[in-house]
Design a protein around this ligand. Structure first.
Ligand code: FAD
Length: 417
């Protein structure tokens, strides 16, 4: 496989970029693999890559019902940060943040990780108290996060309206300067290309329809739209479809699937320097490298598998954006879409074993798993390879819903993008 470099770029420029090779193979499924990963989103592909690279397990297939990154990976608003409240979460997301650094070089693929800063707005006295507690907790855990006054917030993000006459006056903000964005498709493609180069088979247009188990109850493989594929171990990384996939093995997980939506504006010149989030009014915004404003809304409150959300949710978000950033009032919106997010009761992921021998799960990332992609794949690969949870992933076992040792980021953050 060609190594991408300046020289390679220059060479291909002479042939008008018509001769770039395929990024990954399109193999026929083998009869059996050591590990089958269900779901070709960022998390599934990262898992396959780290399985091959760090654990030498290369007889692996990633089975994807559609196209790579066509699930939440390619539908999210790409916010990357690690300032979650609880130590368990901070460790997990910080692990991911550390891996984002240098990921483009490692994968030889530009994932466009941009540390432009993620600023979370406080609008009420309660917000101020919560954010300050958050900042102290993060600092004790070695995670960067700082408090800004409203004026400092405006200096960091000049389009922000800090007048106290608006419905949601800005009274301060928490800022993580190392937070930012990355290019979502590139993350999926970069991991796919690197995993493929290590021998992983990527099987697109391959819907898993069943999970087969042997007489001892252990998994033996998956039924798919491209035939039966044997597997010693199965890792389910199917995001919003996890409940449906796990039901194939007779398991019911504490998950609800809800639509979450986002929208982009027409492209404009660079006008917005960072990422701004408001949990209280549930709006978040950044500007993509193409120039579009990328705006995220809240989840629909009903369970659904529709990849579109209610109009009233977007209207509410746009309302808030127009008050916070009046200069965008006359922008036209280009398109909107939805993804199906898998929410757990404590809004923290589930990573680890299931009661079915050989079946592992990595899900429950809900509205905020993109930022965790490298870390999630890294710790899940360890779990699949060794059969035991990675120390960072151990608190995120399914068992916590039985023991009550929840990691309650729902109460802590209210929103998890
Ligand atoms: C609108 C929106 C905005 C978001 N914003 C952010 C954000 O700013 N920051 C952040 O950190 N996170 C955000 N998220 C959440 C984030 O996108 C997800 O947590 C993350 O991308 C999940 O990655 P994944 O690889 O697990 O899932 P996915 O990318 O959804 O991959 C799962 C794959 O499994 C496949 N699959 C499902 N069932 C089957 C089957 N039966 N057989 C074969 N394949 C199957 C699907 O087709 C899919 O491709 C957002 C999500 C949405 C929808």
């Amino acid at each position: 496989m060609a190594r991408y470099s300046f020289l390679e770029l220059a060479k291909n420029a002479f042939t008008a970029h018509r001769n770039w090779g395929r990024q990954w193979r399109a193999p026929e499924p083998k009869p059996a693999y050591d590990v089958v990963i269900i779901g070709g989103g960022g998390h599934g592909l990262a898992t396959a890559y780290y399985l091959a690279r760090e654990h030498g397990i290369r007889n692996v297939a990633v089975v994807e019902k559609g196209w790579l990154g066509g699930g939440n990976t390619g539908r999210n608003t790409t916010i990357v940060r690690s300032n979650y409240l609880w130590e368990e979460s901070a460790r997990l997301y910080q692990h991911a943040l550390n891996l984002w650094d240098g990921l483009s070089q490692e994968l030889n693929y530009n994932v466009m990780y941009s540390k432009r800063g993620v600023m979370m707005l406080a609008h009420t006295v309660h917000d101020v108290q919560v954010f300050k507690r958050h900042i102290h907790a993060n600092r004790l855990a070695g995670v960067e996060n700082e408090w800004l006054s409203a004026e400092e917030a405006k200096a960091f993000c000049p389009p922000l309206n800090i007048s106290n006459t608006i419905r949601y006056p800005v009274v301060g903000a928490a800022l993580q300067r190392v937070g930012g964005t990355a290019r979502h498709d590139a993350v999926a493609w970069g991991y796919a290309r690197a995993a493929d180069a290590l021998g992983v088979d990527i099987l697109q247009n391959c819907l898993v329809t069943g999970i087969r188990r042997g007489p001892d109850g252990a998994v033996t493989g998956v039924d798919t739209s491209r035939g039966f594929i044997g597997a010693k171990k199965i890792g389910c990384v199917a995001a919003g479809n996890t409940s449906a996939v796990m039901a194939m093995a007779g398991l019911k997980l504490p998950l609800e699937s809800n639509p979450l939506q986002a929208l982009v504006s027409e492209p404009v010149k660079p006008a917005f320097p960072c990422v701004v989030m408001s949990n209280t009014i549930h709006a978040y915004i950044s500007q993509s490298d193409k120039g579009e404003l990328v705006i995220g809304a809240g989840t629909d409150q009903f369970v659904s598998y529709s990849q579109a959300g209610g109009l009233h949710i977007t209207t509410h978000t746009i309302d808030a954006i127009c008050e916070l950033f009046p200069m965008f009032r006359r922008m036209r919106m280009l398109r909107n879409w939805g993804g199906i997010v898998d929410n757990t009761p404590d809004r923290s992921p589930i990573i680890g074993k299931t009661p079915v021998p050989g079946l592992f799960v990595n899900c429950g990332w809900g509205t905020g798993g993109f930022k965790a992609t490298p870390g999630s794949g890294h710790v899940f690969a360890h779990t699949l390879a060794t059969g035991e949870p990675h120390p960072i992933a151990a608190p995120f076992s399914l068992d916590r819903f039985r023991t009550g040792r929840l990691i309650d980021e729902a109460a802590a953050a209210a929103v998890a993008h």
